[in-house]
Design a protein around this ligand. Structure first.
Ligand code: AMP
Length: 217
């Protein structure tokens, strides 16, 4: 079983991916995480992607697809199921993913779409805080730390993702509507689209995802 976890920025793809991976022994691939790692490590890809990501735009299809191929290649042998988080994000990337699946002998993935209203997305993104030491995630509106700016788990300092400022968030949502939303049509036509109301608690949403998986796979 291969799955795409899809949804606008702030819909909870990263959080739900962590749960799915432990529940179903899937290998999680987040192109956003991979790009952020490339930026931290100052690789060629990171240097080319940094400015684009900070502005809220999408990184070029060639760059992201090459990165994805490089991630899949060493994992393919020992992995039965991949969970794609944040890819495909354009209609062109759907075709690129199909080519990659052929190349690596992977079944075509189904898509689980996390639906969240825009007002909630804005609060989730602009309120998100991440521990710079243990990477735990909090939110000043929905899940604040006991002491502002300090991680509840390890007492490390909290930081914000550079693209979580209000202006970039607006741009990321605009880009999502314009370039990513049309991806859904393709999976709808294939009968491989499963949409979920993702406004509830992490546990509620993860139960809805589990239901889709268990009823269909
Ligand atoms: P995410 O962590 O998934 O929210 O991604 C953060 C940023 O990484 C996005 O706003 C894009 O700039 C870039 N990015 C991640 N995945 C892709 C992709 N599949 N195609 C293009 N850009 C991407």
């Amino acid at each position: 079983m291969n799955l795409i976890l899809f949804g606008p920025p702030g819909s909870g793809k990263g959080t739900q991916s962590e749960r799915l991976v432990s529940k179903y022994a899937m290998t999680h691939i987040s192109t956003g995480d991979a790009l952020r790692a490339a930026i931290r490590n100052k690789t060629d890809v990171g240097i080319r992607a940094q400015q684009v990501m900070e502005s809220g735009e999408l990184v070029n299809d060639d760059i992201v697809t090459d990165l994805l191929r490089d991630i899949i290649r060493p994992l393919r042998e020992q992995t039965a199921s991949f969970l794609f988080d944040g890819y495909p994000r354009t209609v062109e990337q759907i075709h690129r993913l199909e080519t990659l699946c052929d190349e690596f002998g992977l079944p075509s993935p189904a898509l689980i779409n996390l639906e969240v209203p825009e007002e909630t997305l804005i609060l989730r993104l602009t309120g998100r805080r991440i521990c710079s030491e243990c990477r735990a995630t909090f939110n000043i509106y929905f899940s604040p730390t006991r002491q502002p700016g300090v991680c509840d788990l390890c007492a490390g300092p909290l930081t914000k993702r550079v693209d979580d400022n209000p202006e970039t968030v607006r741009e990321r949502l605009r880009v999502y509507h314009e370039q990513s939303f049309p991806v859904l049509d393709h999976y709808r036509e294939l009968g491989q689209l499963y949409s979920i109301d993702a406004t509830g608690s992490t546990e509620e949403v993860s139960q809805k995802i589990a239901k889709v998986i268990e009823e269909n796979y």
